[in-house]
Ligand binder design. Structure first.
Ligand code: GDP
Ligand code: MG
Length: 157
């Protein structure tokens, strides 16, 4: 394992769930060779929304963001792989889906800054991945398993 076991927190937001994109997001991450180790269909309450988006507390869009993220179910996940946090961010595309490159999840399905379908831990924010994982999951909700195709994804698996 070693460097193939970086974990990151990923979430299909309420707009992504309503748009029927859970399956596509999961497929894309599977196709990339990442391994899902946790998944939870849930609704975020006000407290969790405030904790999760604490860094944006003072932003003008904060209240709208909390209202949006608590407005319907989300699909929260933990994915594992080499450089997983940055890899997922690349697959998500830019925050503003109008600017996100085609081929990315936001670029292919979104057309708005706030309603941008997916959340992934920020690789530029040290420790954000593990912090967010522990906010949404207990360790015993995560599954330790071997992905059979790993040896074909990684040269040094
Ligand atoms: P992310 O890490 O790419 O999700 O982006 P940020 O951490 O900067 O912002 C968190 C979330 O807040 C984004 O995914 C958007 O849903 C929302 N958001 C960010 N900036 C704005 C903004 O200027 N206006 C609105 N309405 N929403 C925003
Ligand atoms: Mg962010």
């Amino acid at each position: 394992m070693s460097h193939h076991d970086e974990r990151t927190f990923v979430m299909v937001k309420p707009d992504g769930v309503q748009r029927g994109l859970i399956g596509d997001v999961v497929s894309r991450l599977e196709d990339k060779g990442l391994k899902m180790v946790g998944g939870k269909f849930m609704q975020i309450d006000e407290d969790l929304a405030h904790e999760h988006y604490a860094e944006h507390e003072d932003k003008p869009f904060f209240d709208g963001l909390v209202e949006f993220i608590t407005s319907g179910p989300v699909f929260a996940m933990v994915w594992e792989g080499a450089d997983a946090t940055r890899q997922v961010r690349q697959m998500m595309g830019a925050t503003d889906a109008q600017e996100a490159a085609p081929g990315t999840i936001r670029g292919d399905y979104g057309n708005d800054l706030g309603h941008n379908l997916i959340h992934g831990s920020d690789h530029e924010d040290e420790g954000a991945n593990e912090r967010e994982i522990s906010l949404f999951f207990d360790e015993d909700e995560l599954v330790d398993w071997d992905l059979g195709t790993s040896q074909w994804v990684y040269e040094d698996a």
